[in-house]
Design a binder for this molecule. Structure first.
Ligand code: FAD
Length: 405
């Protein structure tokens, strides 16, 4: 018989950590649950920070009401940072000096913003957008902004760009890659969004880097590698994230691009799991391994681990999906894109409502939908259920996608 843990410690109180604690209790786990997070706030949702929160500040959306943690006997420890893991003694050492014993440890330490090595960029000249404190720092200055330079043309940078333009702020987006959202989006989607942002008033600089940033009186001057010199009231760096692996690495666990786990989300120590943005896992939907940064991945991995810790072991195999809201555009992505996929477009991109179906040979592997939620929900099922889909068929609007289910 597999021995069930009595004491579970979860490090990181973000989407993954909170969902893991919640799912443990929903599955009637009867032992202790300690949820340790270094963020001082009640755990909150990150996606609104680059969407509504900056425009309509108020209370950030909590992941759970405060009372929930007490009602479910989850010992929430906000504002506490774990400093080390003693695997022999099965203890987590907090920076406060306290030691927390565990039978099973769940690492849900997430990711942090990537810092760029650009002269002048980290000298208080740049804003970031990952935590509530980052968003509040932007809110503290935004009233004086007329022009902003955003470094990074990924989801967070573009969501922020769309938001700031609706507030009458002139935005420049500077992206190193030749296209926007290159890591996750198809070429068709990237160029549609580049055009949309340009029409929306944002200056999009592709294939361009910031060579240096200087402060001139109250303004920021960004020198670009294409020779341009941008003068702005602020710079926001949204250049991707790095997984928080240091605790795991110091404890001797395998780390690569993330904390390395097996198909059951177990690390190289059977008493320690890793989930969410920090976990690097094998994916049956990709050749090799993946580390994903999405709410779906954090929540589904959390539930997979909670199930295993309460006696139901199933390998993690959820279909990845993701959403982004840029101005009035709702983007939904299901599946994982990679270079070299063939694209079939369903609908007319000029109408602002379409989907890109991405095929790996004959196999449908990903679908990106712009303002096309109904198509998207069906497409998601087609990929999840690994249905056979004719590439030529899905581009034809007279085909009812439901008929393929
Ligand atoms: C602005 C923004 C917008 C986003 N929008 C979307 C979206 O629209 N759709 C979507 O699917 N995803 C979106 N994401 C991504 C999504 O928020 C993340 O994938 C998700 O938050 C990952 O959850 P997590 O719990 O793995 O990590 P995190 O949310 O990063 O939580 C980990 C927590 O652990 C803490 N921690 C780290 N080390 C320690 C330690 N030693 N001790 C104690 N605590 C520690 C961290 O400080 C952090 O609070 C967005 C992200 C951002 C920043």
């Amino acid at each position: 018989m597999v021995e069930m843990p009595g004491r579970i410690v979860i490090l990181g109180a973000g989407h993954a950590g909170v969902e893991c604690a919640t799912a443990l209790r929903a599955r009637k786990f009867g032992g202790t649950v300690d949820l340790v997070g270094d963020d001082p706030h009640l755990p909150y949702q990150r996606p609104p920070l680059s969407k509504d929160y900056i425009k309509r500040p108020g209370d950030p959306l909590p992941l759970k009401p405060k009372q929930f943690f007490a009602d479910n006997r989850i010992t929430l420890r906000p504002g506490q940072r774990a400093a080390g893991i003693d695997r022999k003694r099965r203890q987590v050492r907090l920076e406060s000096g306290e030691a927390l014993p565990y039978d099973h440890l769940v690492l849900a330490t997430g990711a942090r913003n990537r810092r760029l090595h650009i002269p002048g960029i980290n000298d208080g000249t740049a804003f970031e957008l990952r935590t509530l404190a980052d968003a509040d720092r932007i809110l503290g200055s935004i009233r004086d902004w007329r022009q902003v330079a955003i470094v990074g043309g990924g989801f967070v940078g573009l969501e922020a760009a769309a938001l700031l333009t609706t507030m009458g702020i002139a935005v420049h987006v500077i992206e190193t890659a030749p296209r926007l959202m290159q890591r996750t989006a198809s070429p068709t989607l990237s160029s549609w969004f580049a055009e949309w942002h340009r029409e929306n008033g944002t200056a999009v600089h592709l294939d361009t880097q910031v060579a240096a940033v200087e402060q001139e009186a109250a303004r920021v001057v960004a020198r670009l590698t294409d020779g341009n010199r941008l003068v702005a009231d602020a710079a926001i760096v949204a250049a991707g994230v790095l997984p928080n692996v240091e605790l795991a690495a110091a404890a001797g666990l395998a780390v690569g691009n993330g904390i390395v786990v097996d198909a059951n989300l177990l690390t190289s120590d059977p008493a320690i799991s890793a989930i969410g943005d920090c976990a690097n896992f094998p994916s049956s939907r990709l050749p090799g391994r993946a580390r994903l940064e999405s709410v779906q991945n954090a929540a589904d991995q959390a539930r997979t681990v909670a199930a295993r810790l309460t006696g139901e072991t199933k390998p993690y195999d959820a279909l990845p999906w993701f959403w982004s809201i840029q101005g009035g555009v709702r983007l939904q992505i299901a599946g994982l894109s990679k270079p070299g996929l063939s694209e079939v477009v369903r609908g007319d991109p000029d109408s602002g409502r379409f989907s890109v179906f991405l095929f790996d040979g004959e196999r449908l592997t990903a679908v990106e939908s712009v303002n096309a939620a109904a198509d998207h929900m069906i497409a998601r099922r087609l990929i999840a259920e690994r249905r056979k889909v004719e590439p030529a068929g899905v581009g034809d609007l007279s085909l009812d996608l439901k008929s393929l289910l």
